[in-house]
Design a protein around this ligand. Sequence first.
Ligand SMILES: [Zn+2]
Length: 212
Amino acid sequence: MLEMSAHLETPSYQSKEVPISRLPSLDAVKKSGRRKGEIMIDLTKFCSTDSTRFNIQNPFSLGEFTYATDGNILIRVDRLGNIAENPKAPDCERLFAEAIARAEPDWMDLPEFKLKRDPCLTCKGTGYLKEGTKVDIPCAKDFPGAFLCTDNCADGVVLSGYAKIDGVALASRYLDLIKDLPGIKISVFKPMKPVRIKFDGGEGLIMPMMEP
Ligand SMILES: [Zn+2]
C-alpha cells in the first residue's frame, strides 16, 4: 500500500502515553451538535489503529471540515462542533485541493470486490501486541501495555483482496469501509494518484495499491 503523502507519516516510535481506547467514541460523535437532517457518518472507522500514529488515531477538525484518516484513506465531512482541531494533524486540506485541481471527476459506482479474511500472523490472531515490540510476541488483550495490532489487522484478522477500476487497483478493505456510505461514487485518476470518492455529506481520497 502506498502512503497518501509524506505529510501523513508519523514518527515510528512507541509511546507509553497512548491508551488502547480511541477517543472520541462513537457515542461522543453522536452527541455532537449536529443540525437536524444531517447524515451521521462514523468517522472513527477511518482513523488509524496504529498506536505509533498518535496524530491520526482520532478525527480532527480544520477549516470548514472534520477529517479522519489512517494514512491511506482520508474522509472529510462538514465540520462537526465537538471534534477539536489537532495541530499535529497532517495537511489534509492540501491533499484535497491537489486532487480536486487534478481533473474533472468521472463519477462511477463502486466496483465489485471480494474481501479476504485471514488470521493475522503478527499478533497470532489476538489483535494486540505487547508494548516494545511489533512482531512475533502475541499477548492477551489484558496484558499490561498491550496495544492494537497494525492497520492491516482488525481484531486479529488481516483483510486482503483488491478490485481494479480503469487499471487502478484499490484494496478491498477500503472498498468495504466505504461501500455503505450513502450515495457513494468513485472517480479514479491515473497513474498512482489518490482516487476521489464522494457521498452524501462528505468526500474522500483513497491511495491505490501498487500493481498487485
Ligand atoms: Zn494482528
